[in-house]
Ligand binder design. Structure first.
Ligand code: IMP
Length: 197
């Protein structure tokens, strides 16, 4: 089976990508290659940030490698938090802080004063792959809506407030098996695996 390094320190992402690629790819984590660095995400887009992470590992360790960058794009907030999803509520905030801020922004109306009624949102993942020094990008997105308060305990990040289109449960209620079949990350990862095969 092909082995490839996934440039992330996020254990949830690692678990999800391992489940999505099970039987097709062997995913090495950063700790598997003895890398414990925090890679700074200084890009202005998901594509740039995904590439920064993959390039860092390629340059420092020489391994072919991929990275994922994900954003939650909320229509009534003109696409925010988007590329700053991880630090929406501030530099050292956690998922609770981010969700709280997002729910607050929608409650006070959002930038188009329609946050109370327009709850449309989507998750978008970009995977950057560096293979034999060539760069490739794969994208996946899922439409849905932001509910009024957190529901569910599975998943991570904004999962308790994101309900994918066609479901009555949030990602955090649907759990890993469903999320890893339909999610933004699953779609991007399946495209990436198809390319490698
Ligand atoms: P990054 O891709 O690591 O920069 O993540 C951006 C932000 O989105 C972080 O706050 C993550 O917790 C959150 N995030 C990334 N992927 C997901 C997901 O699949 N579900 C919910 N939140 C996510």
């Amino acid at each position: 089976m092909n082995k490839i390094v996934f440039a992330t320190n996020n254990k949830h992402k690692l678990d999800e990508i391992r489940q999505i690629t099970a039987g097709k790819l062997e995913i090495l984590s950063l700790s598997d290659i003895n890398c414990h660095d925090e890679i700074e995400e200084t890009g202005a887009t998901l594509e740039e940030n995904a590439l920064i992470k993959a390039q860092y590992i390629k340059d420092k360790y020489g391994f072919d490698c991929f990275a994922d960058d994900t954003g939650l794009e909320v229509e009534a907030l003109n696409g925010a938090p988007g590329v700053i999803s991880a630090r929406y509520a501030g530099e050292h905030c956690n998922a609770q802080d981010n969700m709280k801020k997002l729910l607050h922004e929608l409650k006070i109306g959002g930038s188009q004063m329609q946050g109370k009624t327009n709850r449309k949102a989507r998750f978008r993942t970009v995977i950057a792959l560096i293979l034999d020094s060539e760069k490739h990008f794969f994208e996946g997105e899922i439409e849905g809506k932001i509910i009024e308060e957190e529901r569910g305990t599975a998943g991570f990040g904004y999962d308790p407030i994101f309900q994918p289109l066609g479901y009555n449960e949030t990602f955090a209620e649907l759990g890993d098996d469903v999320k890893n079949r339909i999610s933004h990350r699953a779609l991007a990862t399946n495209r990436f695996v198809e390319f490698l095969q």
